[in-house]
Design a protein around this ligand. Structure first.
Ligand SMILES: NC(=O)c1ccc[n+]([C@@H]2O[C@H](COP(=O)([O-])OP(=O)(O)OC[C@H]3O[C@@H](n4cnc5c(N)ncnc54)[C@H](OP(=O)(O)O)[C@@H]3O)[C@@H](O)[C@H]2O)c1
Length: 312
């Protein structure tokens, strides 16, 4: 092993095929070595053997950080598959954190705006009382709580409306529908900030770097839970209208006329899982603690559209 390699920060990434995991792989800085762990190698629903499998992975790779990017993210399906969603999102994070803590290894994990019921009038801060209204939200909140009980050396980033080049997401679905249909109906009474997987990956590296560059103690006040989204806010309808307008300008095939992107209410667009009407997350704590600036969501959309255009 070269000296440069031996100085690298070793990060074990669980969920190696998801949107955020993929962005972590793409955006990996030179001084990091990643070990991606896909579901085939570590199934988080298999909670009986999870601890021993994580122990083996830690022993063989000796990571300085574990990133848990795996989750049961099918929000509507979770309503009929509560047990599996709860195992993956609610139980597994604590098991991973517990084993990591025994090896003195910190864990970075992602959570969601869906831990809130969406009834607050302003943006949610970290100390606001969660009250999830879906099976997915309940499972993710249990995961946060289990981790916090298992170790102090954790970073939990609650994010929202994730999209990227890789994987299935709202932006890619809208791009496809915009090329196929003459009219689209999009929910206009839920508000939040679309956040790119690339931004989440960039911030994840910033935070891990901050905690690894200087050896920080387990009781460092920066460990804990933060809200991470792009800046600004919009509705799903505003998001769709913006991304389709930009896609048109950038030369993507777009069939639907801008005025044919119709706003509808959540009531007009029923889904198995209830979504919070207000998904706004206040990111002040994250920005001030780590000295970060977060780009507007439109900048993230432009960036991802640019990458998709290069690929097509
Ligand atoms: N997507 C969003 O809009 C959103 C919003 C807020 C918060 N978040 C949170 O952000 C994090 C990353 O989300 P994402 O959008 O990157 O998710 P994603 O694209 O759906 O990826 C989820 C990953 O988890 C893996 N996974 C699912 N079940 C598993 C199991 N039983 N064992 C092992 N791996 C399993 C998937 O593997 P397969 O590829 O094999 O299925 C996939 O690699 C998650 O914690 C999520 O809750 C996401």
């Amino acid at each position: 092993m070269s000296k440069e390699q031996s100085n690298n920060k070793r990060i074990l990434v669980i969920g190696g095929t998801g949107q955020v995991a993929w962005a972590l792989g793409q955006g990996c800085p030179q001084d990091y070595t990643l070990r991606m762990v896909p579901r085939q190698e570590l199934d988080l629903s298999d909670v009986d053997v999870l601890a021993s499998r994580v122990e083996q992975l830690i022993q063989s790779f000796n990571p300085q950080f574990i990133v848990n990017a795996a989750a049961y993210t099918a929000v509507d399906r979770a309503e009929s598959e509560e047990n599996i969603a709860f195992a993956v999102n609610g139980i597994a994070p604590a098991i991973i954190t517990n084993i990591a803590a025994q090896a003195n290894c910190p864990v970075l994990h992602y959570s969601t705006d869906y831990v809130f019921d969406g009834t607050k009038s302003g943006s949610y801060v970290e100390d606001d009382e969660p009250n999830p209204v879906s099976a997915y939200g309940i499972s993710k909140l249990a995961g946060e709580r289990g981790m916090r009980a298992a170790s102090q050396q954790i970073l939990i980033l609650r994010t929202s409306w994730v999209f990227g080049v890789h994987g299935s997401n709202f932006l890619k679905t809208m791009l496809r529908l915009a090329s196929e249909r003459d009219e689209l109906s999009v929910v206009s009474d839920q508000f939040g900030a679309p956040t790119s997987a690339d931004l989440i990956a960039r911030v994840s590296y910033e935070l891990m770097g901050a905690m690894l560059d200087v050896q920080v103690d387990a009781d460092d006040p920066r460990w804990g839970l933060y809200h991470l989204t792009a800046s600004g806010e919009t509705s799903w309808h505003g998001y769709a209208a913006y991304l389709i307008a930009r896609a048109r300008e950038m030369g993507f095939p777009v069939r639907v006329e801008q005025e044919k992107i119709k706003p509808v209410t959540s009531e007009q667009f029923p889904t198995a899982a209830v979504r919070p009407a207000n998904s706004r997350l206040d990111t002040q704590l994250l920005r001030s603690t780590f000295g970060l600036t977060l780009p507007d969501w439109t900048v993230c959309v432009d960036e991802v559209l640019g990458k998709l255009r290069c690929e097509s």
